[in-house]
Ligand binder design. Structure first.
Ligand code: 3HC
Length: 720
């Protein structure tokens, strides 16, 4: 938080090069800002300095403001907020008002506050690998170092909004770089003045700075520019459209709307008024629950790869170079696509030619969809597809480093990792007939595997730490968020997911409307409700998973007949165009009154009587009933040691289940609601509706002891 610095070197040409040094990401801390300000003041004072260049050390310009500053402010550990803003405003004011030009030399990433500082410079030169982005909204804040005012003035309102707002329903799950502008595009937009090689970066920036100084190039001050701004009327229309979109995409979030108001203020009342409003809004937003939860998500996501007893052993990842995928069905082809998209050559093995062609066709379809969406060029398509080799035998398996399981021990080299994508089957059973249990690991992808961001790495007690390290490395290279979990039926994500549908089925048997439940879950922030989800994955899969759970956790499975009855009548979900909804062939889900027929049959078969109290529940009440059993199961997962820490379950729930990130993840949200309240409700429902709701001992003990559900076990024990 308080580390990092800038260093200044003055050359014989009269150019001072100021470099941000704060590895690994050159984040902006108070020390960096103070040092930056000190360097500029010195450069302005010195007679031997005519101009300055600002750059970052080690191939990255800056990863933006140090997010732990936000966390410290939220925990009230620090009174830095005013100091920080005064310093940064002073620094950008100095840059912008200076009589000596400052040119930004950008190599690699320039994100958030780091990028915003470059906008106050008189010019920006970048390398070809530069990527510029304003990911602040992903953290529940808005650009706070002048970005809301300078960016629209440099590239126009439409493009600036595109960069700042992203798709509000998706941005919370996106990688901060997913909407980053690449060097070439930045150049076309006029955001970057020249794109050069890494070797030429500093020399070009120095010359550019001197050229400005000697009036051979224009002296651009972003805040005084108006030529790229739309007319007042056009601006109003664009901003209103942005508001409508933001509200539609993320109705539970306020900060995208606040951001639009701040931008508008600058256009209506001028840049100084805009800057002032930006500072006030930024400071208020830091203390919002949304920001607190999203910052928690940022750090929790990075914590998932820190696993005691595995990642602290000093092991170095082996270089996995080639992957074999056995089976080209939906999952296999998705996994193969995820691999080739990230440059891994893949051998796809099938049992016969027909299946092999079908598997390759699925991969082609996955890639073609990216081409259609403009995310991949035709040339890249051919190159990517050429990384797949289809085979019908094991001849070339001797070359592979990682294969997605069958009992192939004898066909693969002795270092090969054998990874299974099973979502339920016990790993030790899978490896029973091999002599390499230490190389057997679960690589649980979520469908569609090339799109869903989570990879659950499942270890048995026999899996070697090296294998986990290697798979974590592959996971990072294929851009997945990874969580490492223990071995049990359903692992972490599916175990938490199961009660989601189960409670919904129970509620329907007790009188509630199918669509009311889905609606309440969507209002809560889930991408789809439990019934729409069941249609998506297929009712057959939902039933089979139910059977697995019945076998393994019979005490907490609610035995509804609804899904079986619908399957019997060939209502199997979206694939058959009817399930809990009817489908119009264009993926639109339409509520179907016919579903009531099955609901009534199910109610009479299970002997469940509608409960008038339940029928009256509002959206919030329904969400509690659906999610408290999910929390209960998450507590069991933690208690059994399947997950290492509560924050891993937060990440698993967000990236695997679609739990709204702005609620901080399942355990973080649970603690905000309070263990005592959750425990009280579950106990009440247990009495009314049966043992399905019985709170587990972990939850009961913590509720009684007043210990947060996400507190580490030792802390909990110490306090109990
Ligand atoms: C006032 C302003 O408008 C407000 C802001 O600037 S808000 C901040 C905007 N910046 C961002 O959102 C960028 C956040 N960072 C990232 O997206 C990614 O870390 C990155 C793309 C920079 C690098 O990714 P990658 O190479 O995969 O490395 P990653 O593991 O994520 O980060 C390396 C380390 O830097 C830390 N880090 C990176 N950016 C950070 C940031 N902005 N604040 C604090 N720590 C940060 C990470 O926590 C990690 O630390 P660790 O090794 O102790 O876990």
């Amino acid at each position: 938080m308080g580390k990092g610095r800038t260093v200044m070197e003055v050359g014989d040409d009269g150019v001072a090069v100021v470099t941000i040094v704060n590895p690994p990401a050159n984040v902006i801390t108070l020390d960096v800002v103070r040092s930056l300000k000190g360097n500029f003041e010195e450069a302005l004072r010195r007679n031997d300095v005519k101009a300055a260049v600002l750059t970052g050390n080690g191939g990255i310009f800056s990863g933006g403001l140090d997010l732990s500053i936000l966390r410290a402010i939220q925990k009230k550990e620090l009174e830095t907020i005013k100091v920080l803003f005064t310093s940064i405003c002073d620094a950008t004011d100095i840059i912008e008002a200076a009589e000596k030009p400052l040119v930004a030399a950008i190599d690699g990433l320039a994100l958030g506050g780091g990028f915003e500082i470059t906008l106050a410079c008189q010019a920006r030169i970048s390398t070809t690998r530069a990527r510029l982005s304003l990911p602040e909204l992903q953290h529940g804040v808005i650009p706070g170092f002048g970005g809301t005012q300078r960016l629209p003035r440099l590239i126009g309102l439409t493009k600036a909004l595109e960069m700042i707002l992203v798709d509000a329903s998706l941005f919370l799950l996106c990688h901060p770089l997913s909407k980053a502008i690449k060097a070439e595009e930045a150049h076309q937009l006029g955001l970057v003045d020249a794109v050069v090689s890494t070797e030429e970066l500093l020399s070009t920036a120095r010359c550019w700075a001197l050229d400005i100084c000697e009036s051979r190039r224009p002296w651009d001050r972003a805040l005084s520019k108006t030529d790229r701004l739309e007319s007042a009327e056009e601006a109003r229309e664009i901003l209103n459209l942005a508001r409508t979109q933001a509200q539609k995409q993320a109705p539970n979030l306020k900060h995208p709307l606040i951001c639009i108001d701040v931008i508008e203020e600058g256009i209506v009342s001028g840049p100084q008024a805009g800057l002032q409003k930006e500072t006030i809004a930024f400071q208020e937003l830091i203390l919002s629950n949304t920001c607190k939860r999203l910052v928690h998500v940022f750090f929790s996501q990075r914590e998932t790869t820190k696993i005691p007893g595995i990642t602290d052993l000093g092991l170095i990842p082996s270089n996995v170079r080639k992957v074999a995928v056995v089976g080209g069905g939906l999952m296999g082809s998705g996994i193969a696509t995820a691999m080739i998209l990230n440059h891994y050559p893949v051998i796809l093995k099938e049992v016969d030619k027909k299946f092999l062609i079908a598997g390759i066709d699925r991969i082609k379809a996955n890639l073609q969809s990216l081409v259609r969406k403009g995310k991949m060029t035709k040339e890249k398509y051919e190159k990517t597809l050429s990384l797949v080799t289809g085979v019908l035998d094991y001849e070339i398996f001797k070359e592979v480093d990682l294969q997605v399981f069958a009992d192939l021990e004898r066909h693969c080299p002795s270092h090969c990792i054998l990874a299974t994508n099973t979502s339920t089957i016990d790993l030790t059973l899978i490896g029973q007939k091999t002599n390499c249990q230490n190389r057997i690991v679960g690589a649980h992808f979520f469908s569609p595997a090339h799109i869903m961001p989570l990879l659950e790495i499942v270890c048995s007690k026999l899996t070697s730490p090296q294998v986990v390290i290697d798979l974590l490395d592959v996971g990072k290279k294929i851009k997945k968020t990874t969580i490492v979990v223990g071995n049990c039926t359903g692992f972490a994500v599916n175990r938490m997911f199961f009660p989601y549908t189960q409670t919904a089925l129970l509620l329907v048997d007790r009188g509630m409307d199918v669509y009311k439940i889905d609606h309440a879950c969507k209002e809560f922030g889930m991408p789809v409700g439990p019934f729409r989800l069941a249609d998506l994955v297929g009712l057959g899969v939902a039933l089979a998973t139910g059977m697995q759970y019945l076998e393994n956790f019979p005490d907490r499975v609610y035995k509804s007949m609804l899904v079986s009855l619908m399957i019997e009548d060939k209502r199997t979900g979206e694939a058959s165009q009817k399930g809990f909804y009817k489908y119009d062939g264009k993926r639109k889900a339409i509520p179907d009154p016919d579903v009531m027929k099955y609901v009534e049959m199910s109610r009479s078969m299970t002997g469940a009587t509608p409960d008038p109290e339940l029928v009256k529940l509002d959206d919030e009440g329904i969400a509690e009933m659906v999610f408290f059993p999910v929390i209960n199961e998450a507590c069991r997962v933690l208690d059994e040691g399947i997950a290492v820490k509560a924050s891993d379950l937060d990440i698993a729930s967000i990236f695997g289940m679609g739990f709204p990130p702005y609620r901080g993840g399942i355990m973080h949200w649970a603690d905000s609601v309070g263990a005592a309240h959750i425990h009280g409700k579950l106990s009440e429902w247990e009495v009314k509706y049966g043992q399905f709701f019985r709170p587990c001992s972990y939850l009961s003990e913590r509720a009684i002891g007043g210990v947060p559900l996400s507190a580490p076990t030792e802390q909990a024990k110490a306090r109990l």
